[in-house]
Write a protein that binds this ligand. Sequence first.
Ligand code: GDP
Ligand code: MG
Length: 162
Amino acid sequence: DCRSFCVWGIGREATLAIIKPDGLLGNYTETIKATIAHSGFKISREKVVQLDEEGAANFYAEHSTKKFFHGLIKYMTSGPVLVMVLEKENAVSNWRSLIGPTDGRKAKITHPDSIRAICGADVEKNCVHGSDSPQSAEREISFFFDTPSGSQRGGDDEHDEL
Ligand code: GDP
Ligand code: MG
């Protein structure tokens, strides 16, 4: 399925990864980037963003009716995040496997080698994000970065390509 990200190469897929505020504050960036590198991903774009409430609510619009939504927005706006576009074959499912289950506390038991097992505290503060499908990845990447097809975006493009 070849849409706006085809220019990045046949067989390659892109996903959006975020090191959330607790991940950045806890100094997990180097460890997480080492895992990214060892797993064969190319980081094609990255920037540090301070999300505001509107931006975080837009990004997580699918969860707007959930009871944890307010807490999630508070968490995601509590400090800067590092947003990255990761590229490789099967990037979406590969990155989801590497980060592990949503609940960092459960991850320590069921997926002890996962990123969320290492830096996630609980079901909310789980230190990293990963797109859940190629369709989500396309939406989430264009939320933060200019894409060949343009369309909607968010965040602060002044810090593009750090
Ligand atoms: P993900 O795709 O694994 O990140 O999980 P979801 O898309 O279901 O949820 C988005 C984010 O909301 C998660 O990464 C958590 O930070 C938070 N979250 C998810 N479920 C819960 C929950 O049951 N309680 C709380 N407090 N936060 C949650
Ligand atoms: Mg999700």
